[in-house]
Design a protein around this ligand. Structure first.
Ligand code: NAD
Length: 485
């Protein structure tokens, strides 16, 4: 198999590649160079209708296909992703702007892990039985839902797309999916992999297009019974308002404004190294990045000095260069948004300690969208800069004097996705972990992922959990059978 990015992407419907029915396309831009390098279908409701028809037709057979056979096909997809690591990583980097080494080490390997994990998971998935002493026995059947919709964002394109599709397919559903229109290429290449792996036609349909044009038609389609969405809180709210009156199942993985709580007794070197990553990895465009850095007063000045010195070394550059630490941000729209947030922080009285500006690229990247790693201090917990998601290479610093204040600052947020706690005091770690209002807590580490654990947020960070049994439960409908003895 020889995968390479085409100049025109196609939809994957009923097992074949199809042009959008309206004939319309969107430019696909490489954010590191500014070059329009391919065309993405601007699909609409008509393509969604076709895809839903194909998925409905495929469902009776796929849902009754033995799990051993589903396991084999999903594993084959995982193998083909691994075999095509270089081509997929290059496509991801050209679409997204992230360093190529990051796509190779994180994004693409995780995409194959997702398929492998849920292929194995469905083989071990079991259901409950409840015994009413000698009166009756209940057992729960779990059936695939039918046709489900999966919609994903641009920051970890293939990684998050497959995180939804793999459990949906493993559980026996047929899928109508849409990757972000900003980063469609690896999802397109996945369609070719699925053909090669022998996935039956219609089981997975991949449509390309915008949120309003294509995503909302997926959400509103009456034959799509569940929606798994990852993206902004704004879009999540719109999706919920359409899906709720239709009584669809929804899983919403939304934005974050995650606190990184650093106590004076932390393992200093490990904390510094990891905090640099949790602040600026993927140009800060990971929903789990710790964008609010909270530091105990007694080490605040020392932390600030060393953090700035280390962040200064995170130079922006060509994502294809293996020495590049920071690539481009994903799009002009997002570039303008992040710079606008930095301006707002200044207006709110924030002091820019490092960065704060766009960086001019060189060579083939002279029109690229680069932003310096940016560190800001002097802002209170309630200002917009500390309340709203920026989703770029920008962090704020705040100090706290005790555990109580640290918790107050951490919990002053409408979001509740993740939090990181740095301390060597086990009791304190447990105490703080229990009181931070977030769905995912890391103690003395960050982004250490066990795919079996529940993944998702509190408050405006979403509804429901992904990962492990949670995902397989989401993509199945439970039915209780009670037998009187
Ligand atoms: P976005 O909400 O703009 O778009 C996400 C996806 O939804 C895209 O495919 C888009 O086309 C589609 N979409 C947009 N509006 C829609 C609508 N009304 N109906 C249906 N589909 C619609 O988000 P983005 O800018 O692509 O991604 C960044 C956001 O994603 C950030 O807020 C980030 O925190 C969040 N995110 C969350 C997680 C998580 O696990 N909680 C992970 C990654 C990213």
């Amino acid at each position: 198999m020889n995968l390479s990015a085409p100049s025109q992407i196609a939809n994957y419907i009923a097992g074949s590649m199809q042009a959008p029915l309206n004939g319309k396309y969107i430019d696909n831009v490489n954010p590191a160079t500014g070059e329009v390098y391919s065309q993405t279908p601007d699909s609409d409701i008509k393509d969604v209708e076709e895809a839903v028809g194909a998925a409905r037709a495929a469902f009776p057979i796929w849902s009754t296909t033995p799990v051993e056979d589903r396991f084999k096909i999903l594993n084959r997809i995982a193998e083909l992703i691994d075999e095509n690591l270089d081509a997929l990583a290059l496509a991801e980097t050209n679409d997204n702007g992230k360093p190529l080494w990051l796509s190779k080490r994180v994004d693409i390997p995780r995409a194959s892990s997702n398929f492998r994990f849920f292929a194995a998971g469905i083989m071990h998935f079991n259901t409950e039985s409840h015994n009413m002493e000698d009166k009756a026995i209940n057992y729960t059947l779990r059936k695939p839902i039918g046709v489900v919709g999966c919609i994903s964002p641009w920051n970890l394109p293939l990684y998050l797309f497959t995180w939804k599709i793999a459990p949906a397919l493993a559980a026996g559903n047929c899928v109508v999916s849409k990757p972000s229109e900003v980063t469609p290429m690896t999802a397109y290449l996945l369609s070719i992999i699925c053909q090669e792996a022998g996935l039956p036609p219609g089981v997975l349909n991949i449509l390309h297009g915008t949120g309003p044009g294509c995503g909302s038609a997926i959400v509103a389609h009456p034959d799509i019974k569940a929606i798994s969405f990852t993206g902004s809180t704004r879009a999540g709210r719109e999706i919920a308002s359409i899906a709720a009156p239709m009584f669809k199942k929804v899983s919403l993985e939304l934005g974050g404004k995650n606190p990184n709580i650093i106590f004076a007794d932390c393992d200093w070197d490990k904390m510094m190294r990891t905090t640099l990553q949790s602040s600026f990895s993927n140009q800060g465009q990971i929903c789990l990045c710790g964008s609010r850095v909270l530091v105990e007063e007694s080490i605040y000045e020392k932390f600030k000095e060393e953090f700035i010195a280390r962040a200064k070394k995170l130079t922006n550059g060509d994502p294809l260069d293996e020495h590049t630490k920071q690539g481009a941000v994903v799009s002009k729209l997002h570039f303008d948004k992040v710079l606008g947030c930095i301006e707002l922080a200044k207006q709110e009285g924030g002091k820019i300690l490092l960065g704060g500006k766009a960086v001019k690229g060189t060579g083939r990247c002279e029109n690229g969208l680069f932003i310096e790693p940016t560190i800001i201090e002097g802002l209170g917990p309630h200002c917009r800069s500390n309340m709203e998601e920026i989703f770029g290479p920008v962090v704020t610093l705040q100090s706290f004097s005790n555990e109580e204040e640290a918790l107050m600052l951490a919990n002053t947020s409408d979001y509740g996705l993740s939090a990181t706690i740095w301390t060597q005091d086990v009791s304190r770690a447990n105490r703080v972990a229990a009181q931070v209002h977030s769905g995912i807590i890391w103690v003395n580490c960050w982004l250490l992922r066990d795919l079996r654990t529940p993944f998702g947020g509190f408050k405006n960070s979403g509804v429901g959990r992904e990962g492990g049994w949670e995902a397989l439960r989401f993509f199945t409908e439970p039915k209780n059978v009670c037998i009187e003895l």
